[in-house]
Design a protein around this ligand. Structure first.
Ligand code: ATP
Ligand code: MG
Length: 509
């Protein structure tokens, strides 16, 4: 690939609203561009990276026997009405009508459409288990799209759905998918934790999230310093002593077409965990409101105007049933082993669910078992954020100069920079090295632009190819330079040693 013929519009100017490195550098490096709130175009370099991640994901999934499909981008609303999610999913679901006034949704996830695909086609236990996946753009009208690709409204997700005749079979597939996701993240070279999660609007029994450790992460992950325990703060539990010191937190709970005031009773030193609290009252969302004045705790409990929710740590204090609504804190005791819990930041890249028959029963998707008895299909669902992973790589790898790609998913392994395009000897040597690399099948770019050297090296640092070779002034002494993007270290190489060096770095013995 020649830089002069490529579409890599780098820019010195970071996007105005960019607060995280991946957002800044992916735009500045010419990988993506924004067209609307939470909507991004992938330019050639970005598309290569995105495809390379997809390829790794597909390779690992195909090894397990999962099969790739591609469902319609637009889903008839009738399917979402069957599952009752049409009403429940809230404003993230983009709903629209066609010219005949039929209702549709732009798929934010595909449980309904996948169940519809297999119902009446998979009818016997003999055809089970089955795992189907797609790598497809999803649309969610997120309340606050932000951080570039990390939280878009349009984003690329791999979503998989498995169908089973028994819970045991589902559990086996769930474990296989967990292992597969680990293999994928290992291949990408990412550091992560698998944690217990809240199941959110997808629903089902148990679910696990794959959290890449990153200081900019939006999620708090609770983990044990001694054992394997790990959970999203939204689902984390710990052993806590019963408390006698309580405080109240008052919230307004919003429902589909109503609202009510809820008073949460928690221990003095605790914080309310919003996701747990929302779940405890089965609300869509909780809002802050001022605490009503002149009310004692007992007044709240006695009043029929308020719903009171007691945290489990106070269960001995009140004669009401209790819920776990407190946020686990650093230093809490691990329920599994009794050691101390800690909290770290992470970015969710994957989420897998044991769904059970939530969707198959709603959409009446059944099969005949060994005894000819009709049963609901048992399901698992498995999501992995491909475009989010592009950004996550840069949250983890980038430095103060720009992107840094590892050799696994770099858009090109090597950038050969002709320092001065007007010097025929530089052009000749650089082009020879370029051709040699092409012959060996290396992904390589030749920076043959009529630009100053400083500009070209600046682009190299911003785009983040793993290595650059600079063919410049020292060529008259038979020397070229190799730059390692990660360390920014420059090494002089004698021209007659270049073959050896390329071999060592890129194509082995
Ligand atoms: P989050 O908690 O971050 O909103 P989610 O729980 O809504 O994510 P899932 O429904 O589990 O997400 O979707 C599976 C995967 O899709 C997530 O693990 C994430 O990697 C990716 N994903 C979800 N929402 C977005 C988004 N708005 N932008 C980019 N990727 C996303
Ligand atoms: Mg999730």
């Amino acid at each position: 690939m020649k830089f002069s013929k490529s579409f890599i519009p780098t820019t010195k100017q970071p996007p105005k609203d960019a607060v995280v490195n991946s957002h800044k550098y992916l735009v500045q490096g010419g990988f993506v561009s924004q067209t609307g709130s939470g909507i991004y175009n992938f330019l050639p370099m970005g598309k290569i990276v995105l495809d390379q991640i997809s390829t790794i994901v597909k390779e690992e999934l195909n090894k397990t026997g999962a099969q790739e499909v591609d469902l319609g981008m637009v889903t008839p609303a009738s399917l979402w009405k069957e599952s009752a999610r049409y009403e429940k999913y809230g404003k993230e679901l983009l709903r629209f009508k066609d010219r005949k006034s039929n209702d549709f949704v732009l798929g934010p996830t595909y449980e309904e459409a996948m169940v519809d695909l297999v119902r009446n086609r998979v009818t016997s236990y003999k055809n089970l288990p089955l795992n189907l996946y797609q790598v497809k753009t999803k649309f969610r009208d997120e309340l606050r799209p932000r951080f570039g690709l990390l939280r878009g409204r349009e984003f690329l997700m791999k979503d998989g759905y498995s169908f089973h005749s028994s819970e045991e079979s589902l559990k086996e597939e769930f474990a296989l998918m967990e292992q597969t996701y680990k293999n994928i993240l290992d291949r990408l070279g990412l550091e992560y934790r698998v944690v217990e999660a809240d199941s959110g609007s997808i629903g089902g029994n148990s679910s696990k999230e794959f959290m890449v450790l990153a200081s900019n992460g939006e999620d708090d992950i609770v983990y044990c310093e001694a054992c394997e325990y790990g959970a999203n703060i939204e689902a984390a539990v710990s052993s806590v002593d019963n408390s006698t010191n309580s405080k109240i937190v008052v919230k307004k709970a919003l429902y589909e077409d109503s609202s009510k005031i809820v008073v949460f009773f928690i221990s003095q030193d605790d914080e309310l965990q919003l996701t747990k609290a929302t779940k405890a009252v089965d609300a869509l969302e909780l809002f802050d409101i001022d605490t009503p004045q002149d009310m004692t705790k007992q007044d709240f409990i006695d009043s029929s105007e308020y719903e009171c929710i007691i945290d489990s740590s106070l269960e001995n204090e009140f004669a009401l049933s209790s819920y776990d609504v407190r946020a686990v804190q650093v230093g809490d005791t691990c329920k599994c082993c009794g050691n101390k819990l800690n909290i770290t930041k992470g970015i969710e890249v994957g989420h897998i669910f044991e769904l059970g028959d939530k969707y198959s029963s709603a959409l009446n998707a059944t099969f005949l078992d060994e005894n000819g008895k009709s049963k609901n299909l048992i399901m698992g669902t498995y999501g992995l954020g491909i475009s989010r992973l592009v950004a996550v790589m840069q949250e983890v790898l980038s430095d103060e100069k720009g992107c840094v790609w590892n050799n696994i998913i770099a858009p090109c392994q090597l950038d050969i920079i002709i320092s001065d395009i007007k010097k025929p000897d530089q052009v000749k040597v650089a082009t020879d090295i370029y051709n040699k690399c092409l012959e060996k099948g290396l992904s390589v770019i030749l920076d043959d632009r009529k630009e100053r050297f400083g500009f070209k090296i600046g682009d190299f640092e911003l785009i983040g190819f793993p290595y650059a070779i600079i063919v410049g002034r020292n060529l008259s002494d038979g020397i070229i330079q190799l730059v390692d993007r990660k360390t920014l270290q420059k090494t002089d190489i004698q021209l007659d040693e270049i073959d050896e060096k390329l071999k060592e770095l890129f194509w082995g013995s």
